[in-house]
Design a binder for this molecule. Structure first.
Ligand code: SF4
Length: 275
């Protein structure tokens, strides 16, 4: 992980450690676990130790911060793509404290902390009611039940930017009570990988409409492996009916792309906060 991430909505990725334990439906086909396994890293599940990182690795963000100091850009750092910053394990207390110090030492970077465990943030983060302005805090909500359960925890944290990652989206979401007040940015996307579950275009369209109603930034990252289309020339096994009855087609992540209703959606909250 490092400079110039391939993820559209971030500039860099930084992992303070590798490894995690699955906690939700969104974790079912966790790409990070697959990637770690491919590299021979046995770091998933409650019984496996996490992979720690070298001092040189920890120095990378200091360089990004120095480089950013000579420009008008504010690079975004996605932390962590191979772990969950707020996983509750004793051996993570020290690296998490080190991460928080690093965040404070790099004011030219905006740190995006995306967690599936927002219930732990209040006790694990050191900042109480006074969060540094370079932290954006987000949580994953793939289903309405997860939104109802997790967003009250996110609402308690006074991060400058609070966001939702609705990826992989697994059902329709009604976010109206949270948009604008609690949530500044919504990232959405479908699932990729051999066991990907199709998401209905209607779900994305509806979230987009909710965001536009409340002037909340909306980002459509990808369809994933299943996209909309007419399915002409595709064998029957490459068609699946999404949960709402819409026919979806296994086009492959690259071909499915990231166009929703004729356009790309690359909304960012900074358009709203920083002019
Ligand atoms: S929380 Fe994230 S990193 Fe951890 S298992 Fe779930 S998807 Fe993977």
């Amino acid at each position: 992980m490092g400079k110039n991430s391939k993820i559209e909505w971030t500039t860099h990725t930084f992992n303070p450690w590798w490894g995690c334990t699955k906690v939700s439906e969104a974790c079912k086909h966790c790409y990070a676990e697959t990637w770690a396994k491919r590299l021979g890293q046995k770091v998933w599940g409650p019984k496996k130790e996490r992979r720690t990182m070298s001092d040189n690795h920890w120095k990378q963000p200091l360089k990004w911060n120095r480089d950013a100091g000579s420009t008008t850009d504010r690079p975004r750092v996605f932390c962590a793509s191979m772990a969950d910053v707020f996983e509750d394990r004793s051996e993570l207390v020290e690296p998490r404290a080190r991460l928080f110090e690093l965040i404070e030492a790099t004011p030219n970077l905006d740190w995006l902390l995306l967690t599936k465990r927002p219930q732990n943030v209040k006790t694990m983060a050191k900042w109480g009611q006074d969060w540094p302005t370079n932290v954006w805090l987000g949580t994953t909500v793939e289903l309405q039940t997860r939104a109802d359960e997790l967003l009250p925890y996110l609402a308690e944290i006074p991060a400058k930017v609070r966001f939702i990652s609705a990826e992989p989206l697994l059902g329709p979401l009604d976010l109206r009570q949270w948009l604008g007040s609690t949530i500044d940015w919504v990232i959405t996307g479908g699932e990729s990988g051999p066991k990907a579950r199709p998401a209905s275009p209607k779900w994305f369209r509806d979230i987009h409409a909710q965001c536009m109603e409340q002037s909340v930034a909306f980002h459509f990252k990808q369809w994933g492996d299943w996209g909309p289309g007419d399915g002409e020339n595709l064998p029957a096994h490459r068609m699946k009916i999404a949960k709402d009855g819409t026919a979806m087609f296994r086009l492959g992540k690259k071909s499915a792309g990231r166009i929703l209703d004729g356009t790309t959606h690359d909304g960012l909250p900074e358009n709203r906060f920083f002019g």
